[in-house]
Design a binder for this molecule. Structure first.
Ligand SMILES: Nc1ncnc2c1ncn2[C@@H]1O[C@H](COP(=O)(O)OP(=O)(O)OP(=O)(O)O)[C@@H](O)[C@H]1O
Ligand SMILES: [Mg+2]
Length: 416
């Protein structure tokens, strides 16, 4: 195998992005090829193909002039003329006046293949002023919060989705979603209509996912109602599969203090030391996190560290909002006693997947004691496939390069 040393792979994510040239005429393919020739990335024909597709979109965007997005309906004062004109069919329908925007790209493939790396490369040089790159979990949190607010501010409003789509479109012509996934029926119901409205507002979407569009939210109650959404994705986005041989997260030097097996007394003492080291100078305390109208008690906080029993995090009905709040507030997370999970633990495993997605995306440090290694933690049961992504991430989060990045400038420990 083409071994890549830790040092090199560590430089990949930071330097790949740091050196992306915003505002200059350099597209994602050239940026990708540069990184390969500099030795920051290993050559990979699959990645090159996807970089080529993103490069086409980049070229199309250079000459694309999105129409101005009018203010959302509730905020717009209707004069006599506009109220008359708006009744004439087709006259104010922007989709009939404007050329269609370029098609977006849905990058799908197994874990660690470089989907996020390529999307971030594309995003860094995308020639648009209004662009946003967001983890899909965070996006959905924001959507729920803004829908709630719209309903509070406009009690008579029958459908808050079109005005929400318009507000989103005002801020971003290009939306890049990392880790597109649909885990719950509430999201599934909103998304179809929201995306339809976003495309009507000429928003272009690029996404990464481990699931092909046709399999999103399938084999779940309510899956049929979700089918039109899948059709909307196919209509507006090209699916590009990125499935090279290598999981680039594997094969790095591992740090043996981060994932301790088994979860016994010795492990507990070793984790005590982790808390003492990172929490030095702070006293242990109970903290309550307040966010989006919710509050979450954290019983063991010490400066940048929060320590949890696995059951207190993943056997309770906590969701993405809770995990994102924990990830943002505490750079260092310590979890005691992660058990081996079996087919009866699908819900617990799903929460753990969401927790790790939030911690990984935020660059947190994670120290745990567990009954099994990440690869052996949840071998079978509903969602065991999705757990492969989590295992790949946990391996990367246990690497020396991950720890080094957390301590480096811009890493989670140096953020205000
Ligand atoms: N060609 C490459 N050479 C070396 N390192 C690479 C290469 N491609 C990606 N990497 C590195 O491998 C790691 C995983 O890549 P990335 O996060 O983009 O995977 P992914 O496909 O998004 O995985 P997931 O499905 O789990 O989200 C990152 O640290 C990335 O910088
Ligand atoms: Mg990814």
């Amino acid at each position: 195998m083409n071994a890549i040393n830790d040092n090199t792979s560590d430089r990949v994510s930071d330097k790949v992005l740091a050196s992306a040239i915003v505002g200059q005429d350099v597209g994602p393919l050239a940026l990708y090829e540069d990184r390969v020739s500099e030795g920051l990335l290993r050559p990979d024909p699959d990645q090159e193909r996807v970089a080529r597709r993103l490069d086409r979109l980049w070229t199309e965007l250079k000459t694309y002039h999105p129409p101005a997005v009018p203010p959302p309906e509730p905020a717009r004062k209707k004069g006599f003329l506009s109220s008359v004109v708006s009744r004439i069919p087709g006259l104010l329908h922007r989709e009939q006046e404007d050329a269609p925007p370029p098609r977006g790209v849905y990058i799908v493939g197994r874990v660690g293949r470089g989907k996020t790396m390529l999307m971030d490369l594309f995003f860094s040089c995308a020639p648009l002023k209004k662009k946003q790159r967001i983890h899909f979990l965070s996006f959905m949190q924001e959507v729920h919060q803004r829908l709630r607010q719209l309903k509070i501010d406009n009690p008579g409003m029958s459908d808050p989705i079109p005005p929400l789509a318009r507000t989103i479109a005002q801020d971003a012509t290009l939306l890049c979603f990392d880790e597109f996934q649909i885990n719950d029926i509430a999201d599934a119901m909103i998304l179809g209509r929201l995306f339809e409205a976003l495309f009507r507002e000429h928003v272009i979407i690029v996404a990464t996912s481990n699931t092909v569009p046709g399999d999103l939210f399938q084999n779940r109650p309510g899956a049929d109602a979700f089918k039109p959404f899948i059709a909307i994705i196919h209509r507006n986005l090209d699916t590009e599969t990125l499935d090279s041989e290598t999981d680039y997260r594997r094969g790095r030097e591992q740090d043996d203090t981060t994932w301790i097996v088994p979860a016994d007394e010795t492990a507990r003492h070793r984790l005590d030391k982790v808390v003492a080291r990172y929490g030095e100078g702070h006293k242990p305390e109970k903290v309550t996190l307040e966010f989006s109208g919710r509050s979450l008690p954290v019983d063991h906080a010490q400066g940048p560290v929060a320590r949890f029993d696995f059951t207190s995090l993943c056997s309770r009905p906590l969701g993405p909002g809770d995990f994102l709040a924990v990830a943002k507030r505490f750079p260092v997370i310590v979890i005691d006693d992660i058990p081996s999970l079996g087919p009866d633990d699908a819900n617990v495993a799903r929460r753990f997947i969401t927790l790790i997605d939030a911690l990984y995306d935020n660059g947190n440090l994670l120290f745990v004691s567990a009954d099994a290694t990440p690869d052996q933690l949840f071998p079978e049961g509903e969602g065991a496939d999705a757990f492969a992504r989590t295992a790949s991430r946990l391996v990367e989060m246990s690497s020396e390069s991950w720890l080094a990045r957390a301590h480096a400038p811009g890493g989670c420990l140096s953020r205000p």
